[in-house]
Write a protein that binds this ligand. Structure first.
Ligand code: BG6
Length: 476
């Protein structure tokens, strides 16, 4: 431990959430429906048919939640803005009451010395845009997303210094257009890669707008990154791991930073007939929209082996948000996913791998030469409330301590780290897993079909993080 570098003085010890998962008030004060408001009403899409209509009622209880953040000593709070609260159909007239909610939340955070980290988009595209032109499948989204982003840049300039454009583009695109677990529930690779290309363009265009407007602060995407390993040193397995890394990770991050797709993967997509159409001007736009930092959501790593051309899998992507399943997965001709014999898994089958975080941070830092903000990392587990209303989540403390240490090791290695936003501050709705899979420092007493009183209770991990922040991570 002696040789570890300290955390930077202004390191952002933070925590995170997303609008749909915490706010509730799904149709209050002029908010329009998002695709999630509609999708959760289709039977069978979510665990026990749970929805975010009320969620943890953060919309009405944000002051209580911010007071808890202040008590913990949080330096930053990452949250997302619901596009359809600000623009009910996605474009046109601003809904001032919706915008005012975020204005108040930002002021409340600042009054408590907590830096707001604002995510422009965490998966809840307005249903109005989905109905009008198929949302991400149309190039019209580039202009509409940029206009929406500009409203936020202008309103919150000077108060917000960290901006996140798209949350986990790799997840919302693959889940929405290939695996069909998320809205719009499509399973079509050609459409998926087209929607993904539009999302890339929208991301770059919003970053360019940010600069044009002279907005202060830093901006970047949040990417769901799970480094890929080879199962062993057999050269074909090493090649599989390289394929997986380019297919699952560099395919997005190269675009963000360099405006170009990895050649081997693009070529492979062309062979399948799935490559997106790149129009004149696209590459220039993408190259110009370079982020200031890479936001990383880290939960797990992936281990890969050789997969012949007639091998397992259906060309499906493997990303961090995917539901656990024992079915063999992979992309024929590129790689297949294997169990890693060295790693334990959570109750939701996600590998626990703090060293993987250090490896991931190192890979990003050396390939892209950008500072990194961890925008999510945490442990989803069942928690239980004792009769004395306590939650002894030592498993979460252990997880967060090990991952904090991995960040400190990466800092020691020379990686420029801006901060660590854990997932999540309060318990919240897990998109597909209801309220039983808990991530928070603060327990929220509600179940899938029983809101109870939505009371908040501090878990043991709340106090552990409080101490860690106070000591600036000195005694991990
Ligand atoms: C990330 C998302 O994919 O992982 C979060 O950005 C999400 O919104 C988190 O909640 C954990 O996933 P899950 O499926 O356990 O809720």
């Amino acid at each position: 431990h002696k040789r570890l570098s300290p955390f930077p003085k202004d390191f952002l010890w933070g925590s995170a959430s997303a609008a749909y998962q915490v706010e509730g008030a799904w149709d209050k004060d002029g908010k329009g429906p998002s695709v999630w408001d509609e999708f959760v009403r289709i039977p069978g899409t979510t665990f026990k048919e749970t929805n975010g209509d009320v969620a943890v009622d953060h919309y009405h209880r944000y002051k209580e939640d911010v007071a808890l953040m202040a008590e913990q000593g949080l330096k930053a709070y990452r949250f997302s803005i619901a596009w359809s609260r600000v623009l009910p159909t996605g474009r046109g007239e601003i809904n001032e009451q919706g915008l005012q909610f975020y204005d108040d939340l930002i002021d409340e955070l600042i009054a408590h010395n907590i830096k707001p980290v604002v995510t422009l988009y965490h998966w809840d595209i307005p249903q109005g845009l989905q109905d009008a032109y198929g949302g991400w499948e149309s190039r019209q989204i580039i202009e509409d997303f940029t206009t929406y982003a500009a409203i936020l840049f202008e309103r919150f300039n000077g108060r917000v210094h960290h901006w996140v454009t798209l949350n986990e583009q790799n997840v919302f695109i693959s889940h929405g257009y290939q695996l069909a677990y998320h809205p719009p529930g499509v399973s079509d690779e050609k459409r998926m890669y087209n929607a993904n290309h539009n999302a890339n363009l929208a991301n770059a265009s919003a970053i360019n707008k940010f600069r044009e407007l002279g907005t202060s602060g830093k901006i970047g995407p949040s990417f769901a990154y799970g480094p890929n390993y080879a199962i062993d040193a057999h050269p074909k397995n090493e090649l599989a791991a390289l394929n997986a890394e380019e297919f699952n990770a560099n395919f997005w991050m190269d675009i963000y930073v360099w405006g170009e797709y990895p050649k081997a993967i693009f070529h492979w997509l062309e062979e399948q007939g799935w490559a997106p159409e790149i129009l004149p001007g696209d590459t220039e736009l993408l190259k110009k929209g370079k982020p200031d930092f890479m936001g990383v959501n880290y939960y797990r790593t992936m281990t890969n082996a050789f997969n012949p051309i007639d091998g397992v899998g259906h060309g499906k992507m493997n990303t961090t948000g995917e539901k656990g399943t024992s079915e063999e997965k992979g992309v024929p001709g590129l790689f297949k996913i294997q169990d890693n014999p060295y790693l334990e898994k959570t109750n939701w089958d996600w590998e626990i791998d703090p060293t993987g975080l250090r490896i991931g941070l190192r890979r990003i830092a050396s390939r892209y030469r950008l500072p990194i903000l961890i925008t999510e990392n945490g442990l989803g587990e069942y928690d239980s409330l004792t009769d004395d209303k306590e939650i002894h989540d030592e498993y979460r403390i252990d997880y967060l301590r090990q991952h904090s240490l991995a960040i400190q090791e990466a800092i020691t290695d020379g990686v420029e780290m801006l901060g660590y936003c854990t997932w999540s501050f309060t318990d919240l709705l897990s998109w597909l897993n209801g309220y039983q899979k808990r991530y928070g420092f603060v327990y929220v007493d509600r179940e899938e079909n029983d809101e109870k009183e939505l009371k908040r209770y501090k878990k043991d991990s709340f106090y552990w993080y409080q101490k860690t922040i106070k000591e600036n991570g000195a005694n991990l």
